[in-house]
Design a binder for this molecule. Structure first.
Ligand code: MF3
Ligand code: CO
Ligand code: CO
Length: 275
């Protein structure tokens, strides 16, 4: 039913629908890419404040990647022309950096994907500009918990649907909406590969999780209804009901005993407030 393919080190891979199983060389590559991605988000915590433009943060992200000998995987990806996605308040994902100025009380997601020696480290976190409302902070905290519960369900022998089931159950208990239009994804030498990691699913369904699989878990959770729409720019996804939305993303591997998170913050700044 599902096709698995062993990928050793730098062998060429294709988007042929197969789920890739990686060797220690792949783990080494992803540790490096994931660490750089996490360090860049750590540095973003110092930049986010009221009065700053999203374009200036994107410029800083690009600079950090190039300085580290990496390339922003989003630059030129399907016509996207930026080094990060910055999604504020009711923007769910794929917010385009530009002249927009952060204001006190904004919550925002910064999503970065450096390409390091051919490996993709894909991660995002929420940030606070000034002091957001209690409701906004609760949404952000629960969204982080959703991601971590999804990661806890990711282990050999489990099914892919167990991840979405864990995320959806937690979000539902707060009457939040889980976005369906955008998913986590396999990654490695490819940016977006099989499998599609849905964040709302039935436990016990989908492909079996096997050691060596690499994929992201990146739930988008809305304070209101789950419905999304994409704006006329072709990228910016917003909540239809204008409610706030939050997202976190880690790149992980299935290991023999559980999982490994490639994009953990080396300074513990995985979830705000970043003090
Ligand atoms: N980093 C995003 C993800 O989590 C993808 C962004 S693609 C872009 O999969 F083109 F919008 F940048
Ligand atoms: Co991703
Ligand atoms: Co991402």
């Amino acid at each position: 039913m599902h096709d698995y393919q062993l990928v050793d080190g730098d062998s060429t891979v294709y988007r042929d629908g197969s789920i890739k199983l990686h060797t220690p060389a792949g783990f080494e590559g992803m540790r490096k890419a994931g660490r750089l991605a996490a360090e860049i988000l750590d540095a973003c915590a110092e930049l986010v404040k009221p009065g700053v433009t999203t374009g200036s943060i994107d410029d800083a992200v690009r600079g950090m990647m190039l300085d580290a000998g990496a390339v922003p995987a989003t630059l030129g990806y399907r016509g996207y022309a930026h080094s990060s996605c910055i999604s504020i308040n009711h923007v769910i994902c794929h917010g385009i950096p530009g002249d927009k100025v952060l204001k006190d009380g904004d919550i925002l997601n910064i999503d970065v994907t450096p390409l390091v020696d051919g490996w993709h480290g894909d991660t995002s976190r929420m940030f606070y500009a000034g002091e957001p409302s209690l409701k906004a902070r609760k949404l952000v905290e629960v969204t982080y918990e959703c991601m971590m519960l999804g990661i806890a369900a990711a282990k050999p022998g489990a099914r892919l649907g167990d991840i979405g089931a864990a995320i959806e159950a937690h979000a539902n208990s707060f009457r939040y909406g889980v976005v369906r239009e955008f998913c986590g994804h396999g990654l490695g030498r490819l940016f977006h590969d099989a499998p599609e990691v849905v964040h709302a699913a039935r436990a016990g369904t989908g492909p079996e999780l096997r050691p060596g699989m690499f994929f992201t878990i990146e739930p988008m959770i809305n304070l209101g209804k789950p419905w999304a729409k994409v704006l006329g720019d072709g990228w910016t996804a917003v909540t239809r009901d204008k409610s706030l939305s939050a997202q976190f993303e880690h790149s992980i591997a299935i290991t023999e005993t559980g999982n490994e998170i490639f994009t953990k913050s080396p300074t513990g700044r995985d979830c705000p407030p970043y003090v």
